[in-house]
Design a binder for this molecule. Structure first.
Ligand SMILES: *Cc1c(COP(=O)(O)O)cnc(C)c1O
Length: 425
């Protein structure tokens, strides 16, 4: 079967042929591929064509596809059963690994996705502070739940959807949206909504409008202003957790949030999410406290075992972070040189092992500036790369990722392919 034939079948039984919107490759106007398998830094479609993968399932695959350390751990857990609805030892081990690595949390609750993690963190913040409003930032994505889809990044940004039908205006009215990196607006909000703001929710490095770095003074401001106003600071580290460093963005920037959300990497490619905080906050969650949150498959043994395989590898060899940062710098430096040689305006935002090539001449510091990018040109770049056998995220407003499976040789091969893709722009 060809990709096209399979995708036609998919479209008959799944809306848009996909289980999540960006996968339809719409904004880049490309024919979607249908995947057969992945190995290391590569994925292969059902026609047998191979691609060097910089999408990496949108971030979880820090070691690449199906590394032995994760596969063996999954098989070990699978041998004992797939789900119990009862606390298992793998859960305790993964919780301990995360708590120890991140330093800023004492306890953690597992859920099944990043969406659930953020949704639960917001409920916790509202439950503790007894206040209704949350502040979020334009272009940040925190999953698809009702309160956080306003001004959202990721697929919402990619498809240019201003508002989603199905969310009553009243629900969304409790979410206040500001520009990323804008310090002044915050003061005004805390004056206007005095004693009504439960939390400030932020991607400490934005990954869902493309990579946008926080001004350090701004992150500090978020910390200070929440503290001063008895609001909670929620770091959505679904992408940055264990991606920037073992302690995520809070360690990287030395800012301590009140609640941290995780997902993606901590499941090593299996469905997962989690939220954690100091004990006095987490002990307000049921059954210890009154704030209810639950999940039939939460703490699923296969997902947590997969996460253990990945996290243990990172913890036992933290040089991975330096190696990846160096390879990424080499890759982005060369991409930038090639684009410059062709006279193509661009800005590359990068940190640790994630980056985005924006086709704009403006500094990208928030969603407004990200949107100055030439998305038509990005679409062409994406299609040219796909043709050459390089898979990057199918949107200008997503992050590219590197994994430990991306060797210097693979990067050099990528650069040759990128050169061809740029020559054809
Ligand atoms: C991916 C993502 C989410 C949502 O996670 P899902 O597992 O897709 O529900 C939330 N926040 C951020 C920052 C993300 O990147």
């Amino acid at each position: 079967m060809t990709n096209k034939e399979a995708f036609e079948l998919a479209k008959q039984v799944m809306p848009g042929g996909v289980s999540s919107p960006v996968r339809a490759f719409k904004s880049v106007e490309a024919e979607p591929i249908v995947v057969r398998r992945g190995f290391g830094a590569f994925i292969e479609d059902i026609e047998g064509k191979r691609y060097i993968d910089y999408m990496l399932s949108f971030g979880p695959l820090m070691l690449g596809h199906r590394p032995d350390v994760i596969v063996s751990k999954i098989l070990e857990a699978l041998d004992k059963g797939t789900s119990f609805g009862i606390t298992n030892l793998y859960e305790i081990e993964l919780a301990s690994l995360i708590v120890k690595a991140t330093k800023v949390i004492d306890k953690i609750r597992f859920v099944s996705s990043g969406t659930e993690a953020v949704m639960s963190a917001i409920r916790l913040a509202r439950g503790i502070t007894n206040k209704p409003y949350i502040i979020k930032f334009d272009g940040c994505y925190h999953g698809f739940s009702d309160s956080v889809l306003v001004g959202a990044g990721s697929g919402v940004a990619t498809l240019g959807i201003p508002e989603t039908p199905g969310i009553p205006k009243e629900f969304a009215s409790f979410t206040i949206v500001f520009d990323y990196n804008d310090e002044d607006a915050l003061e005004e909000a805390f004056t206007k909504y005095k004693n009504q703001i439960a939390a400030v929710l932020v991607e400490p490095v934005a990954g869902n409008m493309g990579v946008v770095l926080p001004k350090e003074s701004w992150l500090k401001k978020l910390k200070d202003i929440t503290k001063k106003n008895d609001a909670l600071l929620i770091f959505d580290e679904v992408i940055t957790g264990f991606r920037l460093s073992l302690g995520g963005a809070s360690e990287y920037f030395g800012i301590e949030p009140d609640i941290v959300c995780y997902g993606k990497i901590i499941g090593g490619g299996m469905p997962i999410g989690a939220y954690g905080a100091k004990a006095h906050i987490m002990d307000r969650v049921a059954p210890e406290g009154p704030i209810y949150q639950a999940g039939t498959l939460s703490g699923n043994p296969i997902s947590v075992a997969s996460g253990i395989g990945l996290l243990k590898t990172l913890i036992s060899d933290i040089t991975i972070y330096d190696v990846l940062a160096e390879l990424m710098a080499y890759l982005t430096y060369n991409i930038s040189s090639m684009l410059s040689q062709k006279g193509i305006p661009h800005k590359i935002n990068e940190i640790a092992s994630m980056f985005t090539v924006f086709f704009t001449d403006k500094d990208v510091i928030d969603f407004k500036s990200a949107k100055t990018s030439d998305t038509k040109l990005f679409g062409k770049f994406f299609r040219n790369l796909l043709q050459e056998g390089v898979l990057i995220p199918p949107s200008q407003f997503e992050a590219w990722f590197l994994s430990a499976a991306h060797t210097k040789d693979i990067i050099d091969t990528t650069l040759e392919k990128i050169k061809k893709a740029i020559d054809l722009l």
